[in-house]
Design a protein around this ligand. Structure first.
Ligand code: NAP
Length: 296
């Protein structure tokens, strides 16, 4: 079974490679090797490689910058992934797309279900929602929505906070983090495991359901996440001490893109279908910080 990963140098792409089940053959393409802005070359590679599965771990993920690059964001995050999935359908291959909790407005007060209405607040969320809608037309594609991804690789909140805990401590200033946006941190390793399970348990592709949710279990604000990163970083010896973390309101930390204040995902369907149990996000966080320690 041949699996092709798009966006192999992103944080999810790297965790997918780290966790690949032995019996699968992997073709991994970085942005340079498979640029979603050059669709003709991408389609040629799909035609040549004829993968059984494609996992799309590539995306335009700079949420704030996306506000001013709407057209490019839509091509990278929606139109061209759809063209690849369509081509793959004609070749008999299957497509796994990763989407986001940012497709929701955040006005609910209970976890979002897979069939809740989409109402994204920013251009990044709109492009991901458009991709979901386009892929619903195809029979070979499944979309996994996830939230607040982090890993030992690339740019993510966990690595940024480890750095800020150190620098705020040195400067003797508190670390201020928003406490009124609520969802759940998700380890790229736990999401990778779901992608591999979907491929190995081919039943999923016979199932009519096309949209899935996957987050680690529990609930957190960015403030809770930052506090836990400090505590676990200290416990595992990555930090000598942690800086004081102060909760702030989103309105005091304005960003170009609006973000949902509540976007917790209900992952129960995925757990049932794949017979998976979720770990609490603090447990997954400790695993990731252990990996960060090993790499450094
Ligand atoms: N990060 C989160 O919190 C989060 C939450 C929910 C869902 N998601 C979704 O999860 C998936 C994986 O995200 P991630 O956190 O792993 O993102 P990431 O670390 O930013 O990786 C995305 C990868 O896509 C590449 N890329 C950008 N433009 C491309 C193009 N034109 N053609 C091909 N590749 C391109 C990037 O390359 P460069 O770095 O060189 O630009 C990067 O290697 C994405 O679909 C994202 O929307 C992420």
């Amino acid at each position: 079974m041949r699996v092709l990963i798009i966006g192999a140098n992103g944080q999810l792409g790297k965790c997918l490679s780290d966790t690949k089940p032995e019996k699968l053959d992997l073709i991994s393409y970085s942005k340079e090797e498979f640029d979603l802005l050059d669709i003709d070359k991408c389609l040629q590679k799909i035609d040549r490689d004829k993968p059984n599965y494609v996992i799309n771990a590539a995306a335009y993920t700079a949420v704030d910058k996306a506000e001013t690059e709407k057209e490019i964001v839509e091509i990278i995050n929606a139109q061209n992934p759809y063209k690849i999935a369509y081509k793959l359908q004609n070749l008999g291959g299957k497509f796994i797309q990763i989407s986001t909790d940012f497709v929701f407005s955040g006005l609910k007060s209970s976890p979002y279900k897979t069939d809740d209405d989409l109402s994204p607040l920013n251009e990044y969320g709109k492009s991901k929602a458009l991709c979901e809608k386009l892929l619903l037309e195809l029979n070979n594609s499944k979309t996994i929505r996830t939230s607040w991804l982090y890993s030992p690789y690339g740019k993510n909140f966990c690595l940024t906070m480890l750095h800020l805990h150190k620098s705020c401590l040195e400067k003797k200033v508190p670390l201020r983090v928003v406490s009124d946006q609520i969802s759940c941190p998700t380890s790229c390793f736990s999401l990778s495991n779901v992608c591999w399970k979907m491929i190995i348990n081919n039943e999923i592709f016979r199932n009519k359901q096309k949209i899935f949710h996957w987050s680690d279990s529990g609930v957190a604000s960015w403030y809770d996440f930052a506090v836990a990163i400090g505590e676990i970083g200290l416990k595992l010896g990555l930090l000598e001490d942690n800086s004081k973390v102060l909760p702030i309101k989103s309105k005091n930390f304005p960003t170009p893109a609006k973000r949902p204040c509540f976007s917790l995902l209900d992952s129960s369907d995925t757990c049932d279908l794949l017979k998976l149990e979720r770990n609490h996000w603090r447990f997954e966080l400790e695993n990731v910080i252990e990996q960060i320690k090993l790499i450094n």
